[in-house]
Design a protein around this ligand. Sequence first.
Ligand code: IVH
Length: 690
Amino acid sequence: MTLAEARKRHAHLAGEIRRHDRAYYLLAKPVIGDAEYDRQHRELADLEALFPELATPDSPTQRVGGAPMEGFAPVTHRVPMMSLDNTYSSEEVREFAARVQKALPETRLAWTIEPKIDGVAVSLRYERGVFVLGATRGDGAKGDDITANLRTIRNLPLRLVAPHAASDLFGGDGMGIPGVLELRGEVYMPNATFRRLNEERTGAGEEAFVNPRNATAGSLKQLDPKVTAGRRLSVVVYGLGEVVGAEPPATQSALLPWLQSFGLPVPERLWTARSTEEILEAIAALDAARKHFGYETDGAVIKLDPIALRNQLGVTAKAPRWAVAYKYAPEQAETRLRAITIQVGRTGALTPVAELEPVFVSGSTVGRATLHNEDEIRRKDIRVGDTVVVEKAGEVIPAVVRVVPEKRPADTRQFLFPRHCPECNTPVARENTADGEGVVWRCGNPDCPARIRGRLEHWCSRGAMDIEGGGEALVAQLVGAGLVRDVADLYRLKPEELMGLERMGEKSARNFLDGIDASRGRDLWRLLFGLGILHVGAGVAKALARAFPSLDELADATVDRLVLVGDIGEAIARSVESWFREPDNRRLIERLRAAGLTFTSSTFRPEDAVAAGPLAGKTVVLTGTLPTLTREQATALVERAGGKVGSGVSKKTHCVVAGADAGSKLAKAQSLGITVIDEAGLLGLVGDGA
Ligand code: IVH
């Protein structure tokens, strides 16, 4: 294929993918299936591998193409990013409207009311229709350059479409797009994504995020855009920064459809009002509507509709005078904190749990709430016996918001976080939380009964091996009776052993054993997830099982090979590699193999396979001094090619790389008839002829 042909095909594919992105993310009306969409993406990536000059910044392949960064570069905002003053009552809204009317006497005011999306404010800059720069607000004058992370957001167009094309979805010639269009908007995490992410995180032995906003902020702060890409964030734009080469609409109510005509996502509803009473009605209407939005909104933003009037009002130090936020009170309830218990998870993390007098809030009864970690308890000074305010974060996880100090009984004491594992009494060690803002205490004893139980429960859980009956109660009995210590032991359980347990009849014993038996045939990803490898949640496990034909191939994969799997970043790859390098884990794998579990992947897809390096599964021995490579460099080359460097020569050695002054290893290789090569031979072998 010539470059010209490739260019033509590339333009066609890129146009198709953009069209499908808009159909999917903006209109929620996909016109092709995932498989065809993936195929187009792959073809595009293949073309760019052959012709790298086609990989322009607005190519659909560039969403996750970014390499990890060292840090974020500062960005000075051309137009300062302001915040909003808050109001909390109708009274305050009336005062605001009256203030504006006073400043603009004899003007019939018009207002817009939009949802206030609870996420992270961003500035997005498009030059000649191409997304070139995205930044956080920072202090309002200067923020962080998070362009690479923002690119991963699927509903953020990397290139604007010409206004007439956004509606019919076909083509676009760039006409009518401003030379510079800087936008203000909010990045957020939809509630469903938030729930899935937290399930995935707890399944992978990681901490859950407190709410969707924290999850969004944490995701945008990632130095590796691949991690951000996996978080499935969304964006919405509601305002303008710098604009050059176009006359934007004169009102907010016309601005949003104008932005939408470029293919940009805008707030899903907008109300207009011509009086204070109408503003209050819109606030109430939005409050009813937002329950169905699928993402968190914490208020309404009331803006003066005509932009020209805004300029007459101006701004204060931090916020405009022409707009205000009305914050909805989150649904909260008061209840008494009966006790703080400590849960020890399978990773050894100690999680404090609030045991509450049951109380009804946001549609369900809450009896327990997570207190996250020690700092959280200290920061909020939560004490047993306190009356606390609880609410649901992201509509699911109940949280303790604060204590009610007036209702504190006289005899309460500060909660002392245990310094020993409540389960096995091992001293606990402190570790920083993933967001770096708190500490987790961990029990480092791998034989801690709580950790053993946690691993077994995880293995049996519905999302993993799905072994019916293998819940908390039975697992505790099995471990307590000394019948089971790890997951491989499950496969040797005998009916009579089970029957000896309390409340275990013949039928339940049979059912449990049948469940265990059935688990031998489960998909490989379930087994992988069930192993409880740090950072390997169900989603990661599925990606691995698609990319590797068998557990054995995965077990031998190096970090360099693992990171080639889509959605797998370096932290995950390292965790997987080091798990399989652990001799105890290897022994466990062998016992599972002997127990007849399925090690081949039925979900393997050759198109997702990541090629093994030329030295995959092979051991190379280095001896003597090489002419140009240091020992570390040579080792790195071998490992990058999928091989291992061995210390001694044996029949299993693939080859020996010999340099100057090679000694006994060379002699041994010769006596065993093992291939001996020099540095040039090694470079050829690893495909690095340079
Ligand atoms: S307008 C100069 N509209 O709320 C006025 N802000 O508390 C800029 N927000 O910094 C803000 N949804 O991060 C505006 N529809 C919306 C919004 C919105 C969410 C956020 C934004 C802003 C913060 C102010």
